[in-house]
Design a protein around this ligand. Structure first.
Ligand SMILES: Cc1cc2nc3c(=O)[nH]c(=O)nc-3n(C[C@H](O)[C@H](O)[C@H](O)COP(=O)(O)OP(=O)(O)OC[C@H]3O[C@@H](n4cnc5c(N)ncnc54)[C@H](O)[C@@H]3O)c2cc1C
Length: 420
């Protein structure tokens, strides 16, 4: 009888609610370690305890921290993510009979969300064949730490400095070397302007395959797999048997979320046949950050309803060399164009740094920035969800702080010029 009585500890609940309390972190960890929210049951099935998510609010009502950090800092969130991923079952293909090759874009050295969808698609195809492993082919060094979580069974890393810039002839030579050695059942590329779309088409020509482009769905059918592709400038869908070379659109499949993968290194026995190089890469040129699409931007300065001085905001973006983004309210109010909206109904961004100015952190906005590495914010409200999601939060008026930031940056630039 006594065991069914729920005993509350109001002081502990108060500390759990109060992020600034000195014992907050310690208690949070203690609670997380003693009461796991997810675990793998005896039959290998993932179990969840929905009642353990969140914390008890001041009115005795359970509150859920929508930032994903469970009232903790970003490092807590990543620690929780690491613990959760360690508890996932390992998907292991010992001696693969077939291989599916995925060539991700890896913008900024990390998987884009389209790359992750593509790995999900590869696993859908792998499930239709016996002992099939999903292989990712990556050019040079990368910074991705989530290859195992994203579904990479095997990895081919091409360390050829000539392939790091735009060198389609050299890259194609490597793909043909992989083709000769492993004979993959399918080649999957993201149908994007970041490299995958171009390289995939070149490979299809070389292999004499009528490639599927703009693919967004596959259906297993009696005599093989059918694919649905966008055609006629995306006005029509075209259904056809799935060819060996595929260029797929974003959201073509669900990314992998339930399993961990081995990421075994594969090597190539033979070097590629040296191609006739027709294109010479003369290096990168500086581009106007304002013209970079949000999905590709590495550094985003995003403005919301709390921005009162929009001229100052645009000037700060220029000084910092950041691409501009916005919340839906800022777009609806006409301060920013629609294509700059970040969030569930705007663009899902994968920036290395996301700088949110005067944005409260509504769930629809936070969904769009969940893949960003570091989040910085300026807000007058220390309790808002964006502050909880941020790695660094500056509490104060956005106009004053952006003015001080611009002044600091120009001082630093001047100092640098003097030293040079
Ligand atoms: C179906 C649906 C889809 C949606 N999709 C999206 C989406 O894709 N993207 C999106 O962003 N929203 C989306 N929304 C809207 C979303 O729910 C929020 O209304 C919106 O994100 C809020 O924008 P905001 O944070 O700029 O404004 P507010 O919520 O008004 O927040 C303004 C913030 O600025 C701070 N502030 C005020 N003055 C200052 C100052 N002087 N200095 C610094 N900070 C200050 C305030 O403390 C506050 O935190 C969607 C809503 C729905 C219903």
């Amino acid at each position: 009888m006594s065991e069914s009585i729920l005993r509350r500890n109001p002081r502990q609940e108060w500390i759990l609610r109060n992020r600034l309390h000195p014992q907050h972190q310690a208690l949070l960890h203690q609670q997380a370690s003693s009461e796991p929210i997810e675990w793998i049951g005896p039959q290998g099935v993932k179990r969840k305890a929905p009642h353990r998510v969140g914390f008890i609010g001041p009115k005795g009502i359970r509150r859920i921290d929508r930032s994903g950090g469970q009232q903790g800092s970003a490092s807590d969130a990543s620690r929780q993510a690491a613990t959760a991923s360690m508890s996932k079952p390992l998907h292991c293909i010992e001696n693969p009979k077939h291989r599916i090759l995925v060539v991700p874009d890896m913008t900024g050295g990390r998987l884009t969300s389209q790359d992750k969808d593509l790995l999900g698609l590869a696993h859908q195809l792998a499930a239709l064949q016996d002992a099939t492993s999903v292989v990712a082919l990556i050019w040079g060094e990368h910074k991705e730490t989530q290859l195992a979580e994203a579904g990479v069974d095997e990895l081919i890393q091409v360390d050829d400095p000539q392939c790091l810039g735009f060198s389609p002839d050299q890259s194609l030579a490597w793909l043909l070397a992989v083709e000769r050695e492993y004979q993959p059942s399918y080649w999957l590329f993201p149908d994007s302007g970041l490299g995958g779309g171009d390289l995939g088409r070149r490979l299809a020509v070389e292999l004499d395959v009528h490639a599927a482009t703009g693919l967004w769905q596959i259906h297993p059918s009696g005599d093989g797999v059918q694919c649905v592709c966008r055609a006629s400038a995306s006005t029509q869908d075209l259904t056809r048997p799935l060819p060996r070379v595929v260029m797929a659109l974003a959201e073509c499949a669900e990314p992998i979320s339930d399993t961990l993968h081995a990421v075994n290194q594969l090597t190539l026995a033979a070097e590629p046949v040296q191609p006739i190089v027709r294109i010479q890469d003369l290096g990168s040129v500086a581009v106007d950050p304002a013209s970079v699409s949000l999905a590709e931007a590495e550094f985003i300065l995003s403005g919301g309803n709390g921005v009162k001085d929009w001229d100052g905001f645009h000037e700060t973006a220029r000084v910092l060399g950041a691409t501009e983004g916005a919340s839906r309210v800022a777009v609806d109010d006409g301060f920013m164009p629609r294509d700059r909206q970040v969030g569930a109904t705007g663009t899902w961004v994968t920036a290395r740094v996301y700088f949110a100015v005067g944005i409260s952190g509504a769930i629809q906005h936070l969904q769009g920035i969940q893949s960003c590495d570091k989040v910085i914010c300026i807000n007058t409200d220390p309790g808002c969800d964006m502050v909880k999601r941020s790695d660094l939060a500056v509490i104060g008026d956005a106009s004053d702080i952006l003015t001080a930031l611009r002044r600091k940056v120009s001082d630093l630039k001047q100092e640098k010029r003097h030293v040079a």
